[in-house]
Each structure stands twice: as C-alpha cells, then as structure tokens.
Ligand binder design. Structure first.
Ligand code: NAD
Length: 294
C-alpha cells in the first residue's frame, strides 16, 4: 500500500498555524493582512476556487476584499482597478483569478500587478527571481504547496530523478525551477510534444503531473517505488473529480501518491495564504516566512 500524501490534512494543520501567526500580529497592534481577490465573469469553476480562497483567508484572519466584475469589463478598466489596489497601503496581495475572458490579455494584467503584491508569483519579475534562485521572490502557489508537502513527508530529493509532465507558467515551469534551486534533483520537463512520454516517466523517482487529461499516466508508465504527485483536476461526465493519474492502479504500486481531490488542491490554497503573509511580513519588517525557505 502506498503512502497517501494527504494534502487536505496537511493544509488544515498549516492553516491552524497561520491563524495563530495572524493572531500574533493583531496582538502586537498591527492591522489585519489583506488580500484583494478579483473575479471577472461568471465561470463556475473560477467562482468555486475564489470562494475556497476567500473562506481560507477568513479562517486564518486575512481580510479578503472581493471585486466581482462583469465579463464585459475592458482591459483598461481592469488595469485601472489594479493600479488603485497597487497604491493602496492597506492591501498586501492582489489576486486575479484566471482564466480571464478572451478579450483581456492575461499577460498585460499579470504585468500590471505590483510585483511586491503579486501573491500568485506570476509576474515576470517574480518568475525571474525564481529562475535565478533568489529567495525573496514569491513562489507560485501550486509548486509551493507541492514543495511544502514533499518536505513535510520527508521525500528525499538529493540525486533523485524528477520528471515534471506539463510545462505551463503556473505549474510545470515554476515547479521545475523550484526543484533546480538547490541542485539536489535532476529535472526533466515533458509537454505535449514530448516524443515518448513513457520513456521519460518510467525514469522518475518523483513524478509530478500537471496536464489536465484523465488517465494520462497509467500503471505501466511509473516505476514501482516512485513518488507521484497528481496536479490535474478533471471533472468526468458522471460528475466525479479525478486527476491525470490512474490512482486506483497506482495506489498499491508506488511508494507515495497524492489523491484527487484532497492532494495538491488544498495545498495550493494554503500557499496563497502563505504568500499573502510573506508580503505582509516583508512590509512589517519581519524575516522571510519560514514555510517559503527553500
Ligand atoms: P495548461 O493547459 O496551461 O498546461 C498543460 C501542459 O500539459 C502544457 O505544458 C502541455 O504541453 C502539456 N500537455 C498537454 N498534453 C500533454 C500530453 N499528452 N503529454 C504531456 N504533456 C501534455 O494547464 P495548467 O494550468 O498547468 O493545469 C494543468 C492541470 O492542473 C489542469 O487539470 C488544472 O486544472 C490543474 N491544476 C490544478 C491545480 C491544483 O491546485 N490542484 C492548480 C493549477 C492547475
């Protein structure tokens, strides 16, 4: 039986610690940390994600400020709002829920966020800091959550082969950069044009899959003692939520595996809280948040 990497329980434990941390700031007479959450349009999945993020903020004592904007908002209007929030001393982090409607250029929006308030870590400056190994940058939430989970479960990285399937800017790429930071593991990144995916994944001591295709990774594509992290979120026709990995076939084969749901998802949300507090701590002269020390 594989070890189940239980992101849900770990996220709950970390949230309790963060709640105490925030109580500590308030007892020192500091203001509450604040996160501005911008949602454009009516995408049902985005609404659910935003709701979860706001609930998590409330639980730990972070003030979440909601900006629910109509689908018809223009790029300029959105940039104006972000500009106001950039200048608001009482706002620590700014989150723009993706995806945005197609008439809005996502990259322009990401670049309009003050890098010091870029709680998702998608701004080119923060991505650049991650790429060059600078520790003060904010780390994108999903890779940070996975990193914290691997550390919590004491997954050894030194001289291991890590294979990341998926090379998006929000998961695959920053995840690979994080693994490279300390030059412990050797990282291979696969994507839609990888010639022979199986020949890569079967090499992995640690396999991270972030594609968005149910059952992309089958039992024959994974080594017996691998650690498997499934980032994918796919809603099947019968309503069931599954990842990219054949969990049922692998759960008795590999050494450790994340479930979907209850694996990476809750760790992503908790990392958003950590990033908000990282920004807040910097503003108030505290040291780097211990959970982001890589
Ligand atoms: P994306 O669509 O931006 O990128 C997908 C990547 O997969 C691309 O690099 C693409 O080249 C690669 N790919 C596509 N088909 C492939 C194939 N057959 N073989 C190998 N690689 C292939 O997606 P994303 O935003 O990175 O999200 C990926 C998945 O992770 C989605 O299911 C998304 O919902 C999920 N996700 C989950 C969380 C979480 O917190 N659990 C967070 C972010 C994304």
């Amino acid at each position: 039986m594989s070890l189940i990497l239980n992101g849900k329980d770990l996220a709950e434990k970390i949230k309790k610690e963060l709640k105490k941390e925030v109580e500590g700031y308030i007892s020192k007479g500091l203001r509450k940390p604040a996160l501005a959450v911008i949602l454009v349009g009516e995408d049902p999945a985005s609404k659910v994600y935003v709701k979860r993020k706001k609930e998590a903020c409330e639980y730990v004592g972070i003030n979440s400020l909601s900006f629910n904007l109509p689908e018809s908002i223009t790029e300029i209007e959105l940039i104006e709002l972000i500009g106001k929030l950039n200048g608001d001393e009482d706002v620590d982090g700014i989150l723009v829920q993706l995806p945005l409607p197609s008439h809005i250029n996502t990259q322009n929006i990401i670049e309009s966020i003050n890098p010091d308030k870029d709680v998702d870590g998608f701004h080119p400056l923060n991505m650049g800091k991650l790429a060059t190994g600078m520790s003060s940058g904010i780390i994108p939430c999903t890779p940070l959550g996975i990193w914290i989970m691997l550390k919590h479960y004491k997954i050894e990285l030194f001289k291991k082969d890590v294979v990341v399937v998926g090379a998006s800017n929000i998961v695959g790429k920053p995840m690979s950069l994080l693994f490279l930071k300390n030059e412990e593991a050797t990282v291979t990144v696969c994507h839609r044009n990888t010639k022979d995916l199986k020949s890569q994944t079967t090499k992995a001591d640690i396999l991270i899959v972030a594609v968005g295709k149910p059952n992309l990774i089958t039992e024959d594509m994974v080594k017996d003692d691998a650690v498997v992290v499934d980032v994918g979120i796919n809603r099947l026709e019968n309503g069931r939520l599954v990842g990219d990995v054949d969990f049922e076939a692998l759960k008795n084969k590999v050494s450790a595996i994340t479930p979907v749901p209850g694996g990476v998802g809750p760790m992503t949300v908790v990392s958003l809280l950590i990033n908000t507090l990282t920004i807040y701590r910097k503003k108030h002269g505290f040291s780097v948040h211990p959970l982001t020390e890589i």
